[in-house]
Design a protein around this ligand. Structure first.
Ligand code: 13P
Length: 249
């Protein structure tokens, strides 16, 4: 059915020596032992090319952490989806809560970026998730539904990926309970089927993210409709990231 995807979001971490060693180590493990899941690494921009070289010929995929809506032009400091593809990326993370917070990215902008990703042949991983206040107020499902309806492309391909990342669980060591994750992922699945029909809605992978580590990965990856993980901190440690992949059922 849906093969699990274990994606590492390195965020703004890593210099050339450490980043290439980490990616090279992962590629070596994936070459030596056929993984039971798909592995993806999303390094910061300056590491895309050295990491692409380090994972070349291995089953590990490469992704960007954001892209601009345009293919090229006067946009200082930005990278386009086409540029990501040119480095060897096949994925791009869009609408991460850190970009929504740090750069004021709206649902509408994330949707436009998802069209840019499609134009460049990249698979978008679109992030959604509620804040602690929204969960406390009992609004988690409502907030996530709005993000899904407004951030996803109008017509999705089966390869699209959605990541549920409760903001309060990111980098905090707190994780959503398997029960909460099951509830949110079931709601997202229902929406995906409503928006894109049965076949596509059932094929889209839904990742969980937020303090995933080897100690909680097996429990989380066994939850219905959890099709993988978007991993921050633990993706910077080779053995932890590999262990998360191996914990997939
Ligand atoms: P942590 O795994 O560090 O909580 O980060 C999760 C995340 O934001 C991945 O995109």
């Amino acid at each position: 059915m849906r093969r699990k995807l274990i994606a590492g979001n390195w965020k703004m971490n890593g210099l050339r020596a450490g980043g290439t060693a980490l990616a090279g180590g992962l590629a070596e493990k994936a070459n030596a032992e056929t993984p039971i899941c798909d592995f993806l690494v999303c390094p910061p921009a300056h590491l895309l090319i050295p990491v692409a070289d380090a994972i070349s010929g291995s089953p590990v995929a490469l992704g960007g952490q954001d892209c601009h809506v345009n293919a090229s032009g006067a946009h200082t400091g930005d990278l386009s989806a086409e540029m990501l593809a040119d480095t060897g990326c096949s994925f791009v993370v869009l609408g991460h809560s850190e970009r929504r917070a740090d750069h004021g990215e709206s649902n509408a902008l994330v949707r436009t970026k998802s069209a840019a990703a499609e134009r460049a042949g990249l698979t978008a991983i679109i992030c959604v998730g509620e804040t602690a206040e929204e969960r406390k107020a009992g609004r988690a499902l409502e907030v996530i539904e709005k993000q899904i309806r407004e951030s996803l492309p109008e017509s999705a391909e089966a390869s699209l990926v959605v990541a549920y990342e409760p903001v309060w669980a990111i980098g905090t060591g707190l994780t959503a309970t398997p029960g909460d994750v099951a509830e949110v992922h079931a709601q997202i699945r229902k929406l995906l089927i409503e928006l894109f029909g049965n076949d596509t809605g059932n094929a889209i992978r839904i990742l969980y993210g937020g303090s995933v580590k080897p100690a909680n990965a097996a429990e989380l990856m066994a939850v219905e409709n959890v099709d993988g993980a978007l991993v921050g901190g633990a993706s910077l440690k080779l053995d932890d990231f590999w262990a998360i992949g191996r914990s997939c059922p």
